[in-house]
Design a protein around this ligand. Structure first.
Ligand code: R1P
Ligand code: URA
Length: 290
């Protein structure tokens, strides 16, 4: 059996995988990811008990229980590059034997739910509302480093998106679908739509401070896009990478975001902290029953 070399899977002296500094026994089967390290405590304060608290770099992890449900909440920091680290290390914790450094014969699936913040791209999705990403449409390039293949339905949306936005050359979009089985629990009180994932907050999301834009029409093109019943609801910086790697690794992933900015109405939440707290409470009431 092939063993995975210490240079490829780095395990520290605690027996924990390097970046997230977690041992296999410290990870629950249901994982909540957040971008902001300070949001981890805002979630775990709702747990009945906390058994594990770890921090290494931007990766803060708390594992504990709500009732009988064991949950891990972990911060990823900002961006798809961090998602590459977190998704691969979460999968390694579950599906690689750290003693023999071999892939386990029976692979297991994690439930991974992102609770994030995001910008709305439709006038009718107001600030402080909640959006579930039916798909992650990636303008980052992470999935291009893996043998990723969109299915036929995904390819059709992508084809229509490329035709509509005329994106080509140095931006090569990809698309992956969120977990339908988790999504069906997030219906009442949630908007649904395609979440676009951008490799930056300013230029890649059409924000102009001192620099101009290479693609000045991009945000308008997002808002006016539709493909059958699908339209783009929002953008942020992690979802497509979570959905794409989740699909390749066999995990069930869903991204749920609270809208802090509406880019069409040019509005920003008057109390973003309260909006995040409201999302956490509503999402935990669902996640604790999954
Ligand atoms: C940008 O401000 C960050 O906020 C959003 C974006 O995806 C990006 O990570 O999500 P989080 O609030 O989860 O970090
Ligand atoms: N996070 C983003 O990436 N964009 C926004 O507009 C708001 C939050």
């Amino acid at each position: 059996m092939n063993t995975i070399a210490p240079s490829e899977l780095i395990i520290n002296e605690r027996g924990a995988v390097y970046h997230v500094d977690l041992r296999p026994d410290e990870l629950a089967d249901t994982v909540i990811t957040v971008g902001d390290p300070d949001r981890v405590e805002k979630i775990s304060k709702h747990f009945d008990s906390i058994e594990v608290k770890r921090q290494h770099r931007e990766f803060v992890t708390h594992t504990g229980y709500i009732g009988k449900k064991r949950l891990t909440v972990i911060s990823t920091g900002i961006g798809p590059d961090n998602i590459d680290i977190v998704m691969n290390e979460l999968d390694a914790l579950k599906n690689i034997d750290f003693t023999t450094r071999t892939i386990k014969p029976n692979l297991q699936s994690l439930k991974i739910i992102r609770l994030g913040t995001s910008g709305a791209l439709q006038a009718d999705i107001p600030v402080d509302s909640f959006v579930v990403g039916t798909h992650g449409l990636g303008l980052d390039n992470l999935l291009h480093y893996y043998p990723y293949q969109a299915n036929e339905a995904e390819q059709q949306i992508l084809k229509n998106f490329i035709a509509h936005t005329q994106l080509s050359g140095n931006i090569q979009p990809y698309i992956a679908t969120g977990s339908i089985s988790i999504l069906k629990h997030f219906v009442e009180g949630f908007h649904h739509g395609i979440t676009v994932t951008c490799p930056g907050f300013y230029g890649p999301q059409g924000r102009v401070l001192r620099l101009g834009l290479a693609n000045p029409g991009l945000v308008d093109n997002f808002s006016s896009f539709s493909s059958g019943e699908h339209r783009i609801s929002n953008f942020e910086m992690e979802t497509s990478a979570i959905y794409g790697l989740g699909k390749l690794l066999g995990h069930q992933c869903l991204s749920v975001n609270v809208i802090v900015a509406n880019r069409i109405r040019k509005e920003f939440s008057k109390d973003g902290a309260l909006a995040v707290e409201n999302l956490i409470k509503k999402a935990l009431s669902i996640i604790s029953t999954l």
